[in-house]
Design a protein around this ligand. Structure first.
Ligand SMILES: CC(C)(COP(=O)(O)OP(=O)(O)OC[C@H]1O[C@@H](n2cnc3c(N)ncnc32)[C@H](O)[C@@H]1OP(=O)(O)O)[C@@H](O)C(=O)NCCC(=O)NCCS
Length: 147
């Protein structure tokens, strides 16, 4: 796999800019109150035990990010994808597939057999994951309460 590297702190600001750029668009319309808040959100992911991060570059430009962490579990360890985003102008060109394949190869070497993630059920990404043989869990629901 060409130009995929592990997360490096020196790229944090580029990652932050790409994260805001991708998710402020439809259908997410994220609206972070400040760059600092978004940076702290990413730092929380990076500082999670078991964190693994992958960056994809084209020439010297960052065009893809995949962040998550290994979760210890009684049925075997799992990898929880927390954030996965490709620069808008190069989405749909196989880069997400390339990064996911890279992740799967790397996880297989660490005896991780399952990848899990949460996403909005009407997001275009669902089609991507189904294409990649992810299945929707029929026995899990996501609950929330505004307080
Ligand atoms: C979702 C995402 C990571 C996929 O990466 P990508 O580089 O765009 O996807 P690929 O080009 O590798 O597509 C792989 C396959 O999924 C399909 N696919 C990708 N996006 C799709 C979409 N929006 N609708 C339908 N199919 C889609 C492609 O047709 C392709 O099929 P093929 O292998 O038969 O050609 C990327 O589009 C993205 O960053 N989207 C915005 C952020 C996002 O939704 N992140 C995930 C949140 S959890």
């Amino acid at each position: 796999m060409k130009n995929i590297t592990r997360y490096r702190e020196k790229n944090l600001n580029e990652i932050l800019d790409l994260f805001i750029e991708v998710f402020e668009k439809e259908p997410w319309n994220d609206n972070w109150p400040s760059k600092e808040k978004a940076k702290n959100y990413l730092l929380d992911i990076i500082n999670t035990p078991g964190f693994k991060g992958y960056l994809k570059f084209r020439e010297n430009e960052l065009i893809g990010v995949l962040f998550g962490n290994i979760v210890q579990w009684w049925q075997g360890d799992e990898f929880f994808i927390k954030e996965f985003f490709i620069k808008k102008s190069v989405q749909g060109k196989g880069i997400g597939s390339e990064m996911l394949n890279f992740l799967e190869d790397s996880l297989a070497q660490n005896n991780v057999e399952t990848i899990i993630l949460l996403t909005e059920n009407n997001a275009p990404a669902v089609k991507f994951y189904e294409h990649k043989e992810f299945k929707m869990s029929s026995h899990t629901i996501f609950l929330y309460k505004n307080i």
